[in-house]
Design a binder for this molecule. Sequence first.
Ligand code: SF4
Length: 424
Amino acid sequence: MDVMYYGDTLIVDLPTGKTEQVEFSPEMLTENGPGLAAGIALYRDHEDGDPLVFGSGLLTGTTAPASSLGFVLGKSPLSGELAVSPLSLFSGAEMKLSGFSMVVIKGDSPKPVYLWLHDGVADVLDAAELWGLDTWGTTDAVRSEMGEQLVQVVSIGPAGESPSKLSAYSINYWGSGDTAALGARMGGKKLKAVALRGLGMLDAEEPQDFYEGAKGLLSEAPAWKGFNKACEGIDAGDIDGWLKPLVHRYRSCFACPAACNTFVKYNEGPSVMESTGVEEPGMLVTGAASAAWLLSGGWKAEPACRAMESMARAGIDLIRGARELAGSPLDDASETEEAVGGLSGGEEAGWPGGDSSPKGLFGPWVPPLADEDEWLLANRIGYVIGICPTYLLASGMETSGLFGLCSSAAGVELDPSMVAGMFS
Ligand code: SF4
């Protein structure tokens, strides 16, 4: 098996602070499957340590379209069942490029720590000075410590430290699709953050075929900006039109032809390009569902974005938080802050217009763009091969080309029924 697709698995023992690198066995791949399927097998192997598994898919971090997806897998404090949440933006790819495809974090640390994965090296570091910081402060502090602004910081804020069941881990400053309160599990482990940076190269088993295949798929891959395309046909409202007066730019996740993520400015003019000294001009809105809830509840865009910023800073699940806030629109910044502080966490995640989101292993981060069977299959395929399921569903991309890339990348033959079988 090519080392850069499945190199060593890292086992982190938090009670002792020790790490161990275990060679990834090819049997793991043939018996269980790649990506999330391998992650679930690793979880079962280490279940007595109530682990969190950070993992990536077979194509994560490559030139395949939308190959941004990694995952965090663990027992949800909400359901008591196994749940998976996404590592999106650049965090999934950065994890793969750091040299670790799979990381099993076992047990609870006696003191606050953070995990630093970089260039095939893993360090468990003291986080006493980070404990108590919000996710923005944590991201700044870790990047400053490492002297590198491109470090991806998956962290918890005060909500995760408490640990509140309303919490979610945040990817850098911008929240995440963690609707299973895995952030609370990080807090229970005293794991303040996982910081990721790597300059690894990914080799393919058949490099020319892989290169040509990925290039061909990219040349035909649909592209769009904003959230409306990824919410077509569901009752999410005109999110792009609502945000438009605040939009500064759109941003893709790693290798994605689309750019859902929308940077809005509300502390200075949205069209300002040069630095004006305003330290925090706005935020990157990454979650369509949280925006849809606030829009459906009659919030104006600016206070809604401020509310999303407050939730992301505190490390609160943006979808459940927005659902709870939706019915009481506010205008005033300090009242909004207070309302976020008073969230109870009583609401379930889901989408406006009917709680049609399937439950279980996958949360409602991916919009319900298809019937439940198709939605489930897109999630399973996405998390196994490392391609964003929202992109799979919204673009209508055929998966056969992506499965062809799995073959040329690592000699792994897959089809939809084989992926479905990995979860039976
Ligand atoms: S479809 Fe949107 S959420 Fe998915 S990878 Fe692309 S930009 Fe990110």
